[in-house]
Design a protein around this ligand. Sequence first.
Ligand code: ATP
Length: 453
Amino acid sequence: MSEEKSKVDMEKIVSLCKRRGFIFPSSEIYGGLSSCWDYGPLGVELKRNVRNAWWRAVVQERDDVVGIDASILMHPQAWVASGHVEGFSDPLVECKNCHLRWRADQLSGDKCAECGGELTEPKMFNLMFKTFMGPVEDDANIVYLRPETAQGIFVNFENVRSAMRKKLPFGIAQIGKSFRNEITTGNFIFRTREFEQMEIEYFVKPGTDDEWFDYWVKERFNWYLNLGIKKEVLRLRQHGKEELAHYAKDCYDIEYLFPMGWSELEGVANRGDFDLTQHAKHSGKGLDYFDEETNERYVPYVIEPSAGVDRSVLAFLVDAYDEDVAEGETRVVLRLHRDLAPIKVAVLPLSRNEKLVPLAREVYTEVRRHFMAQYDDAQSIGRRYRRQDEAGTPFCVTIDFQSLEDKQVTIRERDGMAQIRLPLKDMVATLQAKLRGETFATQPTWSAKAVGA
Ligand code: ATP
């Protein structure tokens, strides 16, 4: 991390997330549970949209990547093979005075950073959560909560290859929960003990790995830009030799300028043939590949783009957060990319007047058939716009008294607060076009026909 920081305060993000129902502290009525967070009604939509955007980019729109959903609990030998039982640990020191624990490699001096107390000698602390399978709690029944989703992919390499008749190069993608008993957590959902990952293992012929590595670094970097992350707050950082895992040939972190400074959002690594070789050795099952074109047999190399769902959610929230002035007041607005916005369209009757309600409900019924939508009739229209701006809702549809006469509604756009009035019959097609990325400014008077209705 560096001294440079995002202009956005983490407190503002945490408070907005609570206020608008994105993210709450876990078990809050019991005082919360350290580093655990619950996604609320808007957060769950945002998170789902992040996952969907990733899945769409890496699975749906590609011929060479397929998805899986492996179990969280795996055969304990898998974690011996991967090196996690032996090596997945951090050096830990404990303050003899206040008993706080610290990562020895993250402390600047040799005293407790909290109270200045004396510290114990460093002890290696394994980051995997352990539990027991079945009723007997002994060593023979230990299983681990997976600390990464990657190993569920490696152990399924041959299953997927043969079932899907895949030829190299091809990838397997997975999204799922991972668990690490991190010593230092914090910065909201940036580092937690339970989190979600989006990982691809992309298998290639040895010798083509450098090329594919470059390809995936660029591909993944652009994914964030395409979803609206600003270029000046996203960067690549290559790992130095001392930082690389012993088996890794190369690794780049995609870093984002978070409120606490530049930090890892995603890692892209060239892992060589380490993982498949290890699993072949420990399982006794061959995991090599027969190349029909060259009549060769070899263990594929793997390129691994490994991203965090929660970290991406945080980056998208920080990046989208903005304050401007509307009607003489400060307006908080989340300029989320339309694909990520939790609610796409809010339907707002001008008031609760009983004459307006039937048409407003009718419009809402129609809108929600197509989009994640919300109906809001509480408080003044200005306040409701502000609420939707804070929630990142790209479009509001307003029904007023004139709508009853002319069957027209107003669509109001979040970012520039521009409004257009259009016939009700064109509303859905227009919203669909806008949610595909066309803007008010370029084509203010589309007809339903022009947008393909
Ligand atoms: P860090 O050093 O920041 O803890 P890492 O290098 O250990 O991360 P990886 O093992 O490369 O992380 O995991 C891949 C991705 O999974 C990370 O880039 C991050 O987005 C996510 N991730 C890893 N650990 C956590 C965590 N404790 N909380 C939230 N996300 C995490």
